[in-house]
Write a protein that binds this ligand. Structure first.
Ligand SMILES: Nc1ncnc2c1ncn2[C@@H]1O[C@H](COP(=O)(O)OP(=O)(O)OP(=O)(O)O)[C@@H](O)[C@H]1O
Ligand SMILES: [Mg+2]
Length: 339
């Protein structure tokens, strides 16, 4: 289909494929327009298209999916242009202590990555994020790929957050799916559709790393970039969780793909102390804001999460090899940085 604007000589050529138009400046393409569809790398996830025409709008390889009601859908990676507006408005994280650590809460349009080992408290932090949003009168959308709906509701209840009641009041929508129930592209389309339909004020995905195993490394990277840019464009806060490869931390695939595009990174870590596994939390980065640099103790009980005092006289928590310092060494170390 060709549409022509009388005032400006710009012609839009619809290819019949959602998300894939041609724009031609100064008239219709003179050369023959050819669409080459094929597979690059992983068989069904990448669609290579090349238009031999004047004025190419999109060029390169794009992930795509095929939906019965919409045909071929190209996942537009071009949405990643860094054009989003930036807000200095803060929203509550759900924990007053975490808000303080972040200099007064999360920025309204920020992407937050919560990374930690299994059982460290990532789902709890997501539940608090949802609870905090609902308390502030926001609509929250939660995608869960690791736990069933019943399990999530039970666990959140155990932390004092009533997901069922929030859903009844229209403050929350919980979408649970098995990672293997669909391809990455279809998960992405579902996430986008839910966000477009529910129009949440904040969104959480727990965990993104559960989806690592569904596609190829490249497909997963494209999924993450597309997901992050989609949420960013909605100018709402998005919390994403990632499970580290080992119990004591260490980077995960999700973390390595996500860390440069997220605005805030929160690390949850186990700390072995005197024969006991304790937990620590730190704000590793927060773009555009002052934040605390301490590693604080993080505890969980029937009321949810609590952030306590910073760990002192202990080094190596983030590398997974905590070591105690005697008071003398600790004094000497801190003295090194004094004037
Ligand atoms: N009511 C409670 N009282 C004390 N500790 C609790 C309570 N509920 C949960 N916990 C602790 O929280 C942990 C689970 O937290 P959470 O589900 O948020 O972890 P996670 O990082 O999401 O784990 P996973 O990687 O398995 O999804 C439990 O292992 C338990 O130690
Ligand atoms: Mg979890």
């Amino acid at each position: 289909m060709f549409t022509e604007n009388a005032k400006t000589p710009v012609v839009t050529l619809s290819t019949g494929i959602e998300g894939f138009d041609l724009i031609s400046q100064g008239g219709l393409p003179k050369k023959r327009t050819t669409l080459i569809a094929g597979t690059v790398g992983s068989a069904k996830t990448v669609f290579a298209a090349q238009f031999l025409a004047e004025g190419i709008r999109k060029k390169g390889a794009y992930p795509f999916t095929v939906l019965p009601d919409r045909g071929i859908i190209i996942i537009p990676l071009s949405a990643i242009e860094l054009k989003q507006r930036s807000s200095d408005m803060r929203v509550p994280s759900g924990s007053p202590e975490l808000d303080r650590m972040c200099g007064g809460g999360f920025f309204r349009d920020s992407l937050i990555l919560v990374s930690g080992a299994t059982g460290c408290g990532k789902t709890l932090m997501t539940a608090e994020f949802i609870g905090g949003g609902a308390k502030a009168g926001e609509k929250c959308l939660l995608f869960a790929y690791e736990e069933s709906r019943e399990q999530l509701i039970r666990n959140a209840n155990g932390w004092g957050i009533d997901f069922e009641n929030l859903e009844e009041r229209g403050r929350l929508r919980v979408v649970c799916a098995y990672p293997e129930s669909a391809g990455l592209e279809d998960h992405l389309i579902q996430i986008k559709r839910e966000i477009d339909n529910f129009k949440p004020d904040r969104v959480a995905v727990d965990s993104v790393s559960a989806l690592e195993r569904v596609g190829t490394n490249r497909g997963f990277r494209e999924f993450i970039i597309s997901l992050a840019s989609f949420v960013k464009h909605r100018e709402i806060p998005g919390m994403f969780t990632a499970t580290t490869a080992t119990l004591m931390g260490g980077p995960s695939v999700t973390e390595s793909h996500f860390s440069s595009i997220t605005d805030t990174i929160i690390l949850l870590r186990y700390v072995e102390m005197l024969g006991e596994m304790r937990r620590g939390v730190t704000v590793l980065k927060m773009r555009g804001s002052m934040h605390e640099k301490d590693i604080r103790e993080f505890t969980i009980d029937g009321k949810g999460m609590h952030i306590d005092k910073p760990f002192r006289n202990i080094v190596g928590i983030l590398t997974g090899k905590p070591e105690y310092l005697n008071v003398e060494s600790a004094d000497r170390l801190s003295g090194m940085f004094r004037e």
